[in-house]
Design a protein around this ligand. Structure first.
Ligand SMILES: [Zn+2]
Length: 458
């Protein structure tokens, strides 16, 4: 594409992005909170109309339970490459707006102030869908759609996509594509564009120790065992002071990173000072004592985290008591290869071997990690077009720290996946005062138009 055509496309995207705002405001006013089953049918109808409005063939899939999954298809325009298909993954559901009193604006009303648009769902993920639609409209208006485009827009992402894998399995043929653009991403504090070629997995566990039917007078601690101590001792046998996870088999399933992946990981910026400052950290990073590079730990290593513990009395002042039970919630951020079920088996075996067979452990939920083949040319294409559109450096993270149903996508569709979105460093997704910047909205839309163009020409 000539420079002149590129400029023309950019102007068309700017126009379409501005014209799309009324529709985006309407979309944001729909309180589509999946956790509370709010406004789902209206939102499905709205998104279907939106896709119809750009000439897409639309199917609302709802035969397998859960909130409907929306399919959209647009064939390449005249002279376009009908042999290539790009899939966009988005979700129409949002997180609850609570706590309501911490919002400075109405969560389900779009408020634009000084180039920043506030509402629940702006960043996660309604703004991202609208900027993709604006890019497609601009292409249709100028050179024509350069390749086929498909959409998969689900309504249960914010509750862990429990039904999506069965839809992907049944409709794998329908969604078949050559590459996928995922639903989230931001610019960082230095205006760099963050792109993600994968996600970490996540598994959530509850450990439970119990020694009596009711709480006891603590004088009986002289003869009765204490479940809180049992649990503390069991946990301390699972992770040592050097932060090595000492559960046998914990690291067994991990796919070893190759040279290229390690190189990519080391190239990622890590701002220790910003991290210290944001959270007012009081201790050195654990990677320092381990002689590890923080980027390696963040991208390539699994975690074993105590999220919370309860037992006995934790209120004000003193209350002597020997608790009847103790519970701990644990999450593990997993890397490719690991499964929540395998780790559960490791925990059970570890507890039995170390004399803690009275302690039970349950797997509450888990989602596997996924990482695209980092040698796939699609990754470079997304990065290069991002740098052109934003006129800033873009950084390809081999995976994000967050979790989503990427593993199921690859299992049934077998394609490279890169995530990018409309967020910024202060987007506050899931929190009060969620927002996006209009600049990012427009730049991201230009990015999608350039990407579709170059993807088709590959
Ligand atoms: Zn979210």
């Amino acid at each position: 594409m000539s420079n002149n055509m590129r400029e023309q496309l950019k102007h068309a995207v700017h126009d379409q992005a501005n014209q799309s705002l009324e529709l985006l405001y309407h979309y944001l006013r729909l309180p589509s909170v999946s956790a509370q089953h709010r406004a789902i049918p209206e939102t499905v109808a709205f998104v279907s109309d939106l896709l119809n409005g750009i000439g897409a063939e639309v199917k609302v899939l709802d035969d397998l339970g859960g909130n409907p999954v929306i399919y959209g298809f647009l064939p390449a325009g005249d002279g376009g490459n009908t042999a290539k298909t790009l899939l966009f993954y988005d979700h129409y559901d949002v997180q609850p707006p609570d706590p309501l009193d911490e919002w400075d604006t109405e969560p389900f009303e779009a408020t634009l102030k000084e180039g920043i648009l506030y509402a629940r769902g702006t960043a996660d993920n309604k703004g991202t869908l609208m900027q993709r639609i604006a890019a497609i409209k601009a292409l249709e208006e100028t050179s024509g759609l350069p390749c086929n485009v498909k959409f998969l827009i689900e309504g249960e992402e914010e509750i862990g996509s429990p039904n999506l894998p069965v839809y992907l399995k049944k409709y794998a043929e329908l969604f078949q594509s050559d590459a996928c653009i995922w639903e989230f991403g931001s610019t960082d504090a230095k205006e760099r564009v963050q792109l993600y070629a994968g996600i970490k997995g996540s598994a959530y566990y509850e450990f439970h120790a119990k020694s009596a039917a009711i709480d006891l007078h603590s004088s009986l601690a002289a003869v009765v065992d204490n479940p809180a101590w049992r649990l503390v001792q069991a946990l301390s046998s699972m992770k040592n002071q050097n932060n090595d996870i000492t559960v046998e088999g914990f690291y067994d399933e991990i796919e070893a990173p190759d040279e290229a992946l390690i190189k990519l990981v080391r190239a990622i910026p890590f701002e220790e000072e910003a991290l210290r400052d944001t959270y007012k950290l009081t201790r050195p990073l654990i990677t320092a004592a381990r002689g590890e590079v923080p980027q390696d730990a963040l991208m390539l290593a699994p975690t074993f985290t105590i999220c919370g513990m309860v037992s006995g009395y934790t209120g004000e002042g003193a209350k002597t008591v020997l608790p009847k039970e103790a519970k701990v919630k644990i999450d593990c951020r997993m890397v490719p290869g690991q499964t929540g079920e395998h780790l559960l088996a490791c925990f059970k075996r570890h507890l039995a071997r170390h004399g803690f067979s009275d302690i039970t452990v349950d797997l509450i939920e888990s989602q596997r990690a996924y990482r695209s083949d980092i040698h796939d040319p699609f990754l470079n294409l997304v990065k290069k077009t991002a740098e052109e559109a934003y006129e800033h450096e873009a950084i390809m993270y081999p995976n994000s720290a967050g979790t989503g149903p990427m593993y199921a996508f690859n299992e049934y569709l077998h394609l490279p996946i890169v995530s990018t979105g409309v967020g910024w460093v202060q987007s506050k997704a899931h929190a009060p005062n969620e927002s996006i910047r209009m600049n990012d909205y427009v730049n991201g839309s230009v990015h999608m138009a350039y990407l579709l163009t170059d993807f088709a020409a590959e």
